[in-house]
Design a binder for this molecule. Structure first.
Ligand SMILES: [Zn+2]
Ligand SMILES: [Zn+2]
Length: 220
């Protein structure tokens, strides 16, 4: 038992059982996400974007591992706090185990979607960099967290409400001139909801002539 475990005993985020933040019983209750097309959200083999749904500057496909429910949902929410790295470690282990069972697209690079792009309450800490880095390592992909950078904004995000904030995202990303543009990128994010951030990042990458861009999220 480590010192911190003594002060803050590890208990399951969902059922409260001692031992781990994600217990195996609770994890077994979380459904696996069925592969869908990222645009129409209807079933699609291995998550490939349907031919009729393809966009010139759009995602080639999407892999989401779990449904956004139960202990996975609790773990993803906990990751938004700065000191949740132990939870991140457990989540990474289960996530990479699952990824080994899935058919993944052939990509050379992995880029996490920086959460501070669209969330203001993160206190400058990017947990998806930690999780994304671990996933890249497992999948043997080159990790490029700084492939996209943020263009200077005319309206500060803090002055805008939710919808306006996402509108304000349009065209705000540019590729980093210091990094060579890869042929293919796996864009990593925690949850796929509306897809707006993934789509926006994909558009920027494809305009920069990245040939293939897939999304990978922990949950949907
Ligand atoms: Zn549990
Ligand atoms: Zn479709």
């Amino acid at each position: 038992m480590e010192f911190l475990d003594f002060i803050f005993p590890k208990t399951c985020l969902s059922c409260g059982k001692h031992g781990n933040y994600i217990c195996l019983e609770c994890l077994a209750k979380v459904r696996l996400s069925k592969p869908i097309c990222p645009y129409c959200e209807k079933a699609s083999i291995d998550g490939i974007t349907h031919i009729k749904c393809q966009k010139k500057y759009g995602l080639n496909g999407l892999i989401s591992v779990w449904e956004y429910e139960g202990v996975i949902r609790k773990a993803v929410l906990a990751l938004k706090y700065r000191y949740a790295t132990a939870i991140g470690d457990e989540l990474v282990n289960y996530l990479t185990d699952k990824l080994k069972e899935l058919i993944l697209p052939n990509t050379s690079h992995l880029m996490p979607v920086p959460i501070y792009w669209y969330r203001q309450n993160v206190r400058g800490f990017n947990q998806s960099n930690l999780v994304g880095g671990a996933v890249a390592k497992t999948l043997n992909l080159k990790f490029v967290p700084d492939l996209l950078v943020r263009r200077k904004q005319t309206i500060p995000q803090v002055e805008l409400s939710g919808v306006a904030r996402r509108q304000n995202l349009k065209g705000v990303f540019v590729t980093n001139p210091g990094i060579e543009i890869p042929d293919s990128v796996l864009l990593f994010d925690d949850v796929f909801t509306t897809g707006s951030t993934l789509f926006e990042a994909t558009k920027t990458l494809k305009h920069a002539r990245v040939q293939k861009v897939w999304g990978l999220t922990i949950a949907r």
